[in-house]
Ligand binder design. Structure first.
Ligand code: NAD
Length: 457
């Protein structure tokens, strides 16, 4: 079946109302759960084959997240999908009011390569739970994970309910030329704008989960040793190819030397003297990204790292010392295991640098001064963040995950994923036992009464 036929089949299927039945949705999710558990070893292998992601990181950052979102969705779906009563408006007296959740219809999910399992399945689960049909396009840059994704979906669903369409830009472009009822895109800002334009053609609602240049500030009151350890982890997990990884480091000048010493120590503890031989350090996903990152290393001085191996797509965990703000590494999102270190003396310097870029997806500050952290959190706009750690706000499914400004539109995780893929319909049920005459014409002599009533509402 080609794209148009699949979409048509999904529209026909959606109109049968079957996906609107909550117990049917739950059954689908349970079948998916069984298949995902059965295929976990194959998923882990695919992730290794794609970019040497270790088994530990595959479980921690991919399969366990998907399985926990899935379990929670199965457990909570009945309550999430129930119409919710809200207080009625006095102006409608007598009445009751409810919010009904309904599926949008045919949903398109486009996934990136960097967490190719998690970022495909997490939105997919929410879209199915909300009662939509789904076409999922995984990334062409992680072909092994894309293939296993297709196998899993085909083992559980008929194409008329959920289909995986593999391919690159050409396929994506064809998909985006169709009319969808919702598009959920995770990827770069550049492609996000292409998606937004395509969606605008049909006024299709969208979620855009994008990237950006996420700052990490370490002030002079911070626990420097712990900060170094936590930044090593958050920056180099997944080989630095994480949308919410700290992109650049702003460190108080008085603490730079101490920080760098601890950082080097922590790096050795995590990946050994030669990270290339560590089984825990992933590779860059392809040559194009390797070349892009290698260019950032040219003409820079390193506090640690800086070595590369093109054949193996390896880039060492690297600290660049005080790069120029016009350098390659400070131009856009790095998305690799390179961390520029920039020292500051005053808050104005922090401000100048952060304001140079659009609103970031993530924001990190290491400080024990509560006044400072409170001020910074209030001052800057960003998708989400953590005080005294990196990336961990991601794991709390009670927090919205998403960007703002150029780092994205909309958010998801937990209940919010279900809500993202549901339209909220407000419905008032009016009582017939009383019909207040105040709203009806003629309005003569009624304005004063209306104004008195409005005071109560
Ligand atoms: P990408 O934008 O290149 O690709 C994402 C998807 O879009 C892929 O499926 C790809 O096939 C498709 N695509 C690529 N070019 C296209 C085009 N011209 N037209 C239509 N579709 C196209 O992103 P990527 O390289 O896969 O991922 C890296 C980016 O994603 C980084 O910027 C990162 O910050 C961001 N990201 C964001 C999140 C988040 O949750 N906010 C998560 C992961 C990655």
């Amino acid at each position: 079946m080609d794209i148009i036929n699949i979409l048509q089949a999904q529209r026909n299927y959606f109109s049968t109302q079957q996906t609107k039945d909550i117990s049917f949705r739950k059954e689908c999710l349970k079948k998916l759960q069984k298949e995902l558990i059965k295929r976990e070893p194959a998923i882990i292998k695919a992730l290794y084959d794609d970019f040497k992601k270790s088994e530990y990181e595959a479980v921690l950052t991919e399969t366990s997240i998907v399985l926990s979102e899935l379990k929670m969705t199965i457990d909570k779906l009945t309550s999430w999908a129930k119409p919710k009563s809200v207080l009625p408006s006095l102006l409608n007296f007598p009445s009751s009011a409810k919010i009904h959740k309904e599926p949008y219809g045919a949903v398109l999910v486009i996934a990136p390569w960097n967490y190719p399992h998690q970022l495909a399945f997490a939105p997919l689960i929410g879209a199915i739970a909300a009662g939509n049909t789904v076409v999922l396009k995984p990334s062409e840059l992680t072909p092994n994970t894309s293939a296993i994704t297709k196998q899993i979906i085909e083992a559980v669903f008929d194409k008329k309910q959920v289909a995986v369409i593999e391919g690159g830009v050409e396929v994506s472009t064809k998909l985006l030329a169709q009319r969808w009822d919702y598009i959920f895109f995770t990827g770069s800002v550049f492609v996000g704008k292409i998606v937004a334009k395509a969606a605008a053609e049909f006024l299709t609602p969208i979620t855009l989960e994008l990237g950006g240049k996420s700052p990490c500030i370490v002030d002079k009151t911070a626990n420097i040793k712990l900060a170094a350890k936590r930044i090593v982890w958050g920056k180099f997990i997944n080989g630095g190819q994480t949308c919410i990884a700290p992109d650049y480091l702003l460190i108080h000048a008085s603490k730079k030397e101490e920080f760098v010493n601890y950082f080097k120590n922590e790096l050795i503890k995590a990946y050994g003297e030669n990270p290339e031989t560590s089984t825990d350090f992933p590779r860059i996903v392809n040559l194009k990204n390797f070349n892009r990152l290698a260019l950032m290393l040219e003409n820079e001085s390193f506090l640690t790292g800086g070595t590369t191996n093109k054949e193996d797509l390896f880039i060492a965990p690297t600290l660049i010392d005080e790069p120029s703000l016009n350098s390659e590494v400070m131009k856009g999102e790095i998305f690799g295991p390179i961390l520029p270190v920039i020292s500051y003396e005053s808050e104005e310097e922090i401000d100048k640098l952060i304001s140079k870029y659009d609103k970031p997806l993530a924001f990190y500050i290491f400080s024990t001064d509560k006044k400072i952290t409170k001020k910074m959190i209030a001052k800057y706009s960003f998708g989400g963040g953590t005080i005294n750690d990196t990336t961990v706000h991601f794991v709390n499914h009670r927090l919205p995950f998403g960007g703002v400004g150029e780092s994205g539109i909309g958010s998801y995780h937990g209940k919010l994923t279900f809500e993202t893929f549901s339209h909220s319909k407000g419905v008032v049920t009016k009582g017939n036992w009383l019909d207040l005459t105040i709203r009806y014409a003629p309005y003569t002599d009624k304005l004063k009464k209306l104004q008195a009533l409005l005071k109560w509402t």
